[in-house]
Design a protein. Sequence first.
Length: 459
Amino acid sequence: MRILALVVALASPQLAHAAFTAGAAVSDVTPPRGCPMAGYYSARGAEGTHDPLQAKALVLEQDGVRVALVALDLIGTPRELVEATRAAVEKETGIPAAHVMISATHSHTGPVLSERGRFAEGVPGGQQILRDYLKDLPNRIAKAVKDADAKRRPARVTTATGREDNLAFNRRFFMLDGTVGWNPGKRNPRIVRPAGPTDPAVPVVCVDGLDGKPIATYVNFAMHLDTVGGMYYSADYPYQLARCLAAVRGDDVVTVFTTGCCGDINHINVASAAPQKGDGEAARIGTRLAAEVLRTCDRLEPIAAGPLRVSSAMVELELPPVTADEAAQGKRVIAALSAGAKPAPAFLEQVKAFQAVEVAGRLGKAFAVEVQVVSLGDDLAWVSLPGEIFVELGLAIKAGSPFKQTIVAELANGSIGYIPNRVAYSQGNYEVVSARVAAGSGERLVDEALRQLRGQYKK
């Protein structure tokens, strides 16, 4: 593993409330009707909008050091989008590009983010709509940061951690035949027990003006976004979360939601036969999560004095083994899908096909990905990880962090697909078949995150 340290920024040794400023803002990033949609292994064009997709930005400043935390109601954060947006932010605001953390909520009811590939090409007229949308997207996101920076005012930060045990479930299960199943179905009698844990923590950070008026509520929760489905744009359950919090904290407050490490976590309760799909399910989850956030707000504690710091490093992640035969078979499967073959290849065959073709196309070139850490004093830290990260890896970062509150945002500053923990590779199934990186990659990211966290902690 080669690690390249990019930047460490230090402010003064004291966090005086009068010197600390913060601002938050929202920008609409909803594409036009007809844009190709992401989230599934099929091409589909959006028929309209259920609720808007947004870029939400929180800008923090302490003694001249400014940081922007950005959350997008999108499927991911391709590296080219991150770099273009950071450049636009730096140009518009002067905030250093390396001080911008951009994450995605992983909404499955938003646009695809590449004009290349069958999901974009398979929607009549959609590829040009997508091309125009992607050209303007960095500026739309940068607008949220610019507006948030312009709104900065003296502020204070408080934080606490809630707990929600009944919304998220590990979607991998040990089965009676000795295999590990993935989403094996409700009340499946062959299920033995979950193959991994969940992370019930609900970290909450409230940023309020010294005048008492709320600026932003930052919420993090480790659960996949795939509750709505359908052909309409939707931010999924974070939309209802934000609506509920606005009803209490005020319409001007910005709810910045990021997903924790939930590559193997979703909302499906296999012990229940009740259906769990659609706008109603998203509203149920968002409302339940909002209730826990509001309970947690009763226990908020102020952040102790300390500087605002930023650090970042690039980590090289090796590719998984893919044979020439697997790559050739992958091309055949993709061609069959494009031709509308009936019956279509099995789901895992499709997953393996796209994985094998993409990995083989890299010609052995490892992925260079970013791990970024932002901290405020010695109480609060944010960590970015560049993919769909298994929950076990996020829990390891939290357990090893010296900060009282450590928030891990996945699909941040890059999106390279699933990153399972090492043990999952021998168990197989969907996430492992889909993974573009080799076993042990997730543990490398954990090591780098902890290195930076320990380096920033000054007690």
